[in-house]
Design a protein. Structure first.
Length: 97
């Protein structure tokens, strides 16, 4: 199954609008029955620190936050920063329409 058609599970939005759409996928291609092959999708407030994203995922998976790490393009995310501050591209006005 390709990454584009892989099954995902939606998590509750985190924080208030405006949001960025986020997809969380495991680095390894090994999935148990508790992990959807396409990962998880959610919405994260643009003003929210990535620590909130990590906390929400850990709570959903019922694992300690310390057991998870978030990365983008091979670099660990600084949990005290927003996605934008971590260098994650935000869609422009055309993508939001």
């Amino acid at each position: 199954m390709s990454a584009m058609s892989a099954e995902t599970e939606e998590l509750e939005p985190i924080g208030d609008e405006p949001w960025n759409a986020v997809q969380l996928r495991p680095v390894r291609a090994i999935y148990g029955e508790d992990m959807p092959s396409g990962g998880y999708v959610t919405k994260l407030a643009k003003s929210a620190h990535t620590a909130l994203l990590k906390a929400a995922l850990a709570a959903h998976l019922v694992v300690p936050e310390e057991s998870l790490s978030l990365a983008y393009e091979g670099e660990s995310l600084d949990e005290s920063k927003t996605l934008k501050e971590n260098g994650v591209s935000e869609p422009g006005p055309a993508a939001r329409r």
